[in-house]
Design a protein around this ligand. Structure first.
Ligand SMILES: Nc1ncnc2c1ncn2[C@@H]1O[C@H](COP(=O)(O)OP(=O)(O)OP(=O)(O)O)[C@@H](O)[C@H]1O
Length: 299
């Protein structure tokens, strides 16, 4: 595993030290996580259901209070702050928003962090343009921008995801892939420092998944946000990330630098021997963790 820097510096986006989360009721979702994420890095968490991926994503976003340990983010407005009491207040807002499928959960906390979830959660009563502009509208007073400026920024984000022609359509008039594009545009419209993606493409078929994966890489090349992707899909993690953390039962059991990482979408990557080899390495990491756990349980 990478050595953790002593303190958060200009090139580091997040550092977690012994980050532990035990939920009320006693479930230990994260067990002494040590992790450092570089600014502009594309990181993926893979692991079985319930291993703590989403919890770690929320810790990184500053939305989940720790039971013990520290998580520091380099967000200029919170530089060097520790993930303590302040987050307890934010968490309840986030949970309320997330459970209701509120599209701007992250923006309630900070324009510097955006989420993309599996469900695009667009507001059904308004069109793509207004859905995408919503985070800007909510932060308008803070940003002191005119309605015209906000509209232009929203239109630019819509153009980036190639949805310009659907800007005046309502969510029920969009395909699944178009809804996800709108959701990505809404996440990026605030130019976030962090883009956190929780199984964003899991509900889509392979073709759409690949299309959106390419879109995501193109957007990253353009904006260089720090990105953390949660996925069950090893192939997707390899295609989209520079580093893969394999999680099991609240721990990061292995961390692998992706030798195939490229920000340029590579159509034939999946057909190469190198891909098969690295895929095998990541799935071995998952299987080894599962078997060492079951051995421990039976001894
Ligand atoms: N609010 C909560 N209260 C109590 N336990 C929780 C809460 N949220 C998650 N957990 C538990 O914490 C553990 C980790 O959950 P988490 O959602 O982080 O896992 P995950 O790896 O993202 O799972 P999945 O892939 O199924 O989404 C699980 O055992 C889960 O049941």
């Amino acid at each position: 595993m990478n050595a953790l820097p002593d303190k958060i510096d200009a090139g580091t986006a997040v550092v977690c030290r012994d980050a532990t989360v035990t939920y009320p009721g006693g479930v230990c979702a994260l067990d002494r996580i040590n992790l450092s994420v570089r600014q502009g890095e594309r990181l993926a968490f893979v692991g079985p259901s319930g291993c703590g991926k989403t919890t770690l994503l929320r810790v990184i976003a500053g939305l989940q209070p720790l039971t013990s340990g520290v998580c520091q983010r380099s967000n200029p407005s919170q530089h060097g702050s520790e993930n303590k009491q302040e987050d307890a207040v934010e968490k309840s807002q986030y949970d309320e928003a997330h459970e209701e499928g509120h599209p701007c959960a992250a923006d309630r906390r900070s324009v510097s962090t955006s989420f993309v979830f599996q469900q695009p959660a667009l507001l059904p009563w308004t069109n793509v343009l207004k859905n995408v502009a919503l985070p800007l509208t909510l932060g308008r007073r803070r940003e002191r921008s005119s309605a015209k400026e906000l509209r232009e920024r929203a239109l630019a984000a819509i153009e980036e995801v190639q949805l310009t022609e659907a800007a005046t359509r309502y969510p029920h008039q969009l395909s699944g892939g178009m809804k996800m594009r709108a959701s990505i545009a809404r996440a990026l419209v605030t130019r976030p420092e962090f883009l956190l993606l929780d199984e964003p493409f899991a509900a889509l078929d392979d073709m759409l998944r690949n299309q959106l994966g390419r879109l995501y890489l193109n957007l990253w090349r353009h904006h260089r946000f720090t990105s953390v992707l949660v996925t069950h899909n090893i192939a997707e993690a390899i295609q989209l990330s520079e580093r893969i953390c394999v999680m099991h039962r609240g721990s990061i059991v292995s961390e692998m630098v992706n030798p195939l990482s490229t920000s340029k979408p590579h159509e034939d990557l999946r057909r190469t021997n190198e891909f098969a080899e690295f895929f095998g390495k990541v799935s071995d990491g998952l299987e080894n963790a599962a078997s060492s756990n079951s051995e421990r349980a039976s001894s």
